[in-house]
Write a protein that binds this ligand. Structure first.
Ligand code: BTN
Length: 305
């Protein structure tokens, strides 16, 4: 296949069976293999060899793919999963041209970050799927702490903060068939060395990088290696249904519990509330001004002073 076509497919959000057909590529398995091979070629800033060398994570070791530039590692991972790619795969890119954040927001992804997506197929009930995002948050927080960085907290559901500033975000997308989970892709973005002015609008002021927080040059390959190990530990707990233990760890690092906040729900509904905690499903429980309790399943909030 011509390289220009492959680059276009990777960069321009053209990764799907239908899009490939548009380019007269009917051999989807061949396309998939070509893309996999590109993911094993040498890259400059993030290096597959360095990640694999001494990686103590049998879960992902066999299926790590690193790219120079893709539109979104989540989109590419979904293409992989749809083509029946083995579970426990990690897709990493040095840059993303169409990085995606939560609530349909754009996620700036230049050089200087860790942009990765894992494919997992946990043998769990669909109702437990949202807990995997919380579990991933714990894995990211533990990874950051392992670099000696203090004051690491998790803002519900999945922003990781250092000194109250965002350093990482998680975008989980589950694909279900009937009542069971076909696969889940978990996208993780970590700011390793970005300057604030390279971040998306509302992150400009509030973001922090690992370099800035640690006062040293942090190696992105090492971040990935430590994260995959941490994720493997928590994923095992998840598969063993140790949900309470995961929630306990999450609550220990929570930024939100016990604070007053303005809750903004989808469709513009917003109200002030006191954050009581999270329940077994990972849903946020808040108390409104009139004393009634409310479950917040999705939405954003700002802590009030
Ligand atoms: C958020 O809004 O906080 C979630 C951001 C998730 C960004 C990561 S970067 C790797 C993966 N690929 C994407 O397009 N998004 C996620």
């Amino acid at each position: 296949m011509k390289n220009e076509i492959l680059n276009l497919l990777l960069k321009e959000n053209k990764i799907s069976k239908e899009a490939a057909e548009e380019f007269s590529i009917y051999d989807i398995d061949g396309l998939m293999n070509t893309i996999k091979n590109v993911g094993k070629e040498k890259t400059e800033h993030i290096q597959r060899d360095k990640i694999i060398d001494g990686l103590d994570s049998p879960l992902f070791k066999e299926n790590i793919y690193v790219y120079k530039e893709v539109m979104s590692t989540n989109t590419l991972a979904k293409f992989f999963a749809d083509q029946g790619q083995d579970e426990e795969t990690v897709v990493i890119s040095e840059k993303q041209t169409k990085g995606r954040g939560r609530s349909g927001k754009k996620w700036e992804s230049p050089l200087g970050g860790v942009w990765l997506t894992m494919i997992v197929k946990p043998r769990i009930d669909q109702t437990k799927a949202s807990l995997i995002t919380l579990a991933t948050g714990v894995a990211v927080a533990n990874t950051i702490k392992s670099f000696g960085i203090e004051n690491v907290e998790i803002k519900w559901p999945n922003d990781i903060l250092i000194d109250g500033k965002k350093v990482s975000g998680i975008l989980t997308e589950a694909v279900a068939k009937l009542n069971s989970i076909k696969y889940i892709v978990i996208g993780v973005g970590i700011d390793v060395s970005l300057e604030n002015n390279k971040m998306s609008g509302d992150l400009k002021e509030e973001a922090i990088s690992l370099n800035k927080a640690s006062g040293a040059k942090v190696d992105a390959n090492e971040v990935i290696k430590r994260f995959l190990k941490e994720f493997e530990i928590i994923f095992k707990m998840f598969e063993d249904e140790k949900y309470e233990e995961i929630l306990k760890e999450w609550r220990k690092d929570s930024y939100s519990i016990g604070k007053y906040a303005k809750i903004r729900q989808p469709f513009g509904n917003s109200f002030d509330a006191y954050i009581i905690g999270i329940n077994k499903e990972g849903t946020l429980i808040v108390e409104k001004a009139d004393g009634t309790l409310e479950k917040v399943i999705s939405g954003e909030f700002e802590i009030k002073d």
